[in-house]
Design a protein around this ligand. Sequence first.
Ligand code: NAD
Length: 539
Amino acid sequence: MTKRIKSARNDGPMKLAGHIIGGFDMFYEEKSVEVFNPATGKVIGKTSSLRGDELNFIEVNARKAQKHWHHEVSEQEKETVFRTIIKKIENNRGNLVRTMVIESGKLWRWADAEVQETIDTLWHYHGEISRNHTHDGFVRCQLPDKNAYSVRVPYGLIYGITPWNFPLAIPFWKICGALAGDNAVVIKAAEQAPFIAYYAVKLITEAIRETITDGRQTKLLGLVQLVQGMGETSGKLLLNNLNYDKVAFTGGAETGKIIAETAGARLKSCHLELGGHAAMVVLDDFDIDLAVAEAINANLGDSGQRCVSARVVFVQENKYAEFLAKYLERAKTRKVGNPMDFETEMGPLISREQLERVGAQVHNTSQFNLKLGGYCLEFVHNDPYQTNGYYFEPTVFASLPYGTTAMDEEIFGPVIVINPLPGKSREEAFWNGVELVNQSKYGLSNALLTNDRHLASRAPWHFKTGLLYIGRGTTGAELNKYFGGVKASGWGKEGKGLEEWTQVVQVYDDYHGKARMAQAGTDEKTKKMISESKSSLEN
Ligand code: NAD
């Protein structure tokens, strides 16, 4: 199914996306890898993997900075750092968007939305800095002259591993959570989109330098460090050897297994935000045109490269034919092309590897059920600028059961399955929908499209999912809301508060002044019980 893919080169001066370690830029030419513009296939610069001898430097800087940030920097100063970063991002908004479009192939509007999400993230965690983080306020003790309370304290050093599909927002979810929780953080950027992370961490470093003065800024040089390079080299090197306290991972389920196994073997905490196979259930009372529009956005937005992208729609049988026909009509006319062009509705996939992978997964799925697309697009609108870009056609399968690739695997591209949902009545269709959705090994994001209030209210108790959309497609996360999956989609929740970024200390404050224990009785009572009791174990 995959057509021939050529590669193109760029002869211009090389741009370098290096590591930022202890406030220094580092780049190892001998470990460099090329970075491509997915819209053109041209080399836009280079990034480099890490050297093992930097590990100690990373850790020493991070530990020093965390100690200082936690104990010596006031809440007001931390808030000022966050506001300064926001100002810098706002001032550089256009440049950040442009960089993201060039290296990730995102449409301008989605890249801009991602910058906004990054700003929202900073504001959310700005609020968390001064929030009262007492875990549970007043707790009565079993004994008098004793207080009990719990506090949330930082982990220390967080290792955040991030994917390319939200190359700015996801690093910021981790950076902001970690900093608001008083941790230091080392971010591993995705090798496919290293420039946006590099520019953003530069802005953070500048903001810290400008806000925390009096020479104290030098102690904070390791607060946010950035490591670039391949997962197999840089990612693994840190995972296996850096003395972090927690790893916060976002990426694919296969990599997630490696992260969990390694962190487990090292007895390190971890949370995982993994892939998904989002399903939409459409019942017959819902407006079909709106359902189609939601499904198009949920599947083709970011070229199907969101963890919450819709992979399957189950449409109640009496509306199935109408839905399928209207979806095909809209998907066919989708304008695919240069993400820099404002009129473009869908851009390229991230890389040649991803293009080939999607092609192979589509090929492995039954061709009998293919209704649209199925191929890489070699020439887009005959525009020579884009002839080597990584474009894949909007692709639709119909009536596919579980047990096929497109139903069982996350195909990270513009590929969707549209299936009829059996059910003569709406209620019957609802329960069939619940059963079908829950068959998936994933459980990140699912949706129910109905106007039936009773069924909608029941839904959260029955779908096995981390996120549930009611009345719209599976897309869009908001800050100050929990984000994360269940089953093979991961453990833990990001996007809200400090739960993942801090841990609980239970404090007992005993001012009684005499030795005692909560559950032990008085000496007299104990003596009496010994003399009066007997057990069948004694003769
Ligand atoms: P990936 O798992 O291939 O890579 C993610 C990151 O892990 C990259 O930085 C990579 O270099 C690093 N990595 C790879 N192997 C490693 C190893 N052995 N040790 C340490 N680090 C390693 O994922 P991807 O292709 O970059 O991203 C797409 C995937 O991410 C999709 O499955 C998508 O669903 C998922 N995702 C999930 C969420 C979520 O919040 N649940 C959000 C975005 C993306």
